[in-house]
Design a protein around this ligand. Sequence first.
Ligand code: C2O
Ligand code: CU
Length: 537
Amino acid sequence: MTHTDYKRRQFLQYATLGTIAATLPGFALAKNQGFNKAPNSSFKADVEIALTAQTADVPILAGAHTHVFKYTGKLLKGPQSALKELPGYLGPILNFEQGQKVRIYFYNQLQEPCVTHWHGMHVPQVMDGHPMYAIYQGEQYVYEFEVKNPAGTNWYHSHTHELTATQVYQGLAGLITISDEAERKLDLPSGEFDLPLVIQDRSFTNGNQLRYMLNRHQRMRGFLGDTILVNGQENSTIPVKTRAYRLRILNGSNSRIYKLGWEDGTPMTAIGTDGGLLEKPETLPYIMLAPAERVELWVDFSGRKPGSDLMLQSLAYQGSAAHMGGDMGGGMRQGMGRMGRMDGASAQNEVISIAKFHITEQISDSPKLPTELVPMRPLTAQDISNPDKTIPIAIGMRHMTFQLNGRTFDMQGHTELEKIPVNSVQKIRIFHDNHGMGGGRRGDRGGMGMMMAMPHPIHLHGQQFQILSRKQNNLSGAYETVRDGFINNGWKDTVLVMPGEEIEIIKPFKDYTGLFLYHCHNLEHEDMGMMRNFFVS
Ligand code: C2O
Ligand code: CU
């Protein structure tokens, strides 16, 4: 870490966001080596977009505008529907089709480095937004990729070295939808009946500016805000008619995990997860949604009374060891939006209102929920290229930072066990490594041990994976509060690993060689170094 980096990080922990850029003259001294500065003429793009990371002042709360970072977009080529602006700080929604070739001219107008990752998309290394490709103010990076993913909901966000959490917090994120033939045949709710819901928590100063102040313990836990924003807006009320809707929900929060449920106990019907549509709809009492995870819901408002409301909530649960600092929110105000401004965080063990669906109009016809969605071949032991070698992702801790496989992030580094043959299918085991560190055994009077018992949403770049098994090694009352909320079918790119949990996944590494990240998507953890590279060759 350079001196500037260090000063900056210290500063970030105590500053109010929005004043940072102005106080860091000369931050952009280093220049990158110049990857992908110009379009490749042999890549015939169907869609071309200019995307700029810049500062902006946008209305979020009543009163003063909020100073944010924002991706602004402009469609240069392709169908009009490819780019849809949103009010607030979120970047435009990018709507792609499978098979399209996409070129994105990314410009950085911020006074700090930036790089953009297309979360969930299967793209080559140099297009994947690895932090080594960060660009500085005034520079351009051209992303070019073919959309290989099937229909579903993905997203994009900054992935800058040690700045991902603060940049995403300030607004650098946006949704991506992909459609394909198989999806169109299903005739799912579309147009005004297909609703994006990006859920994020934030805190604000009395002057409506974003607040991000974390002491060391809060940083270990991850940022928890006191205000829920949906699509970048407070107090979301969504008008709906008495028919079926498709909700594309993304947890775009830095660290908050939601236990999504309907206020009146109506079960939730999922039709899609991170990697796209499920084979068939799945009904659960509630759904756990960790940072970066997506879930697509089928919600039918048929039969509800015009004028009535249905609230989408995050239900109470115990996310970590009861005595851990993380859940001592307190002072939460009931109702929508603000949850008690003073203490800066609301607990995960309280009910939080997320968005209110207001039934405005009675209509008579509604599509029916298909019984089958898209075919999916489950990967099994037979598909694994090297059945004798399971790749570990061990979650551990040392020196008050979280690590993976005993190491912290190393920009271009990888170990022997992080080497993966291209076009192979690997079994990966993700587990908590309590051996010799933390676990309360190091005389830390509980401190480290408690911190070990945290949930971590583990994300792997590259192709989507399937969950093979989920095993809980210390069944507890806490786990009972979340256990029925996991969707284990379908394609995933992020999986929530609860305390005591051990998860086996199966993941193809096709097509592309190079460095592909895997990390905790608690963004404070990621920036603390809870990230590593796989080297695919
Ligand atoms: Cu959404 Cu590497 O992250
Ligand atoms: Cu983590």
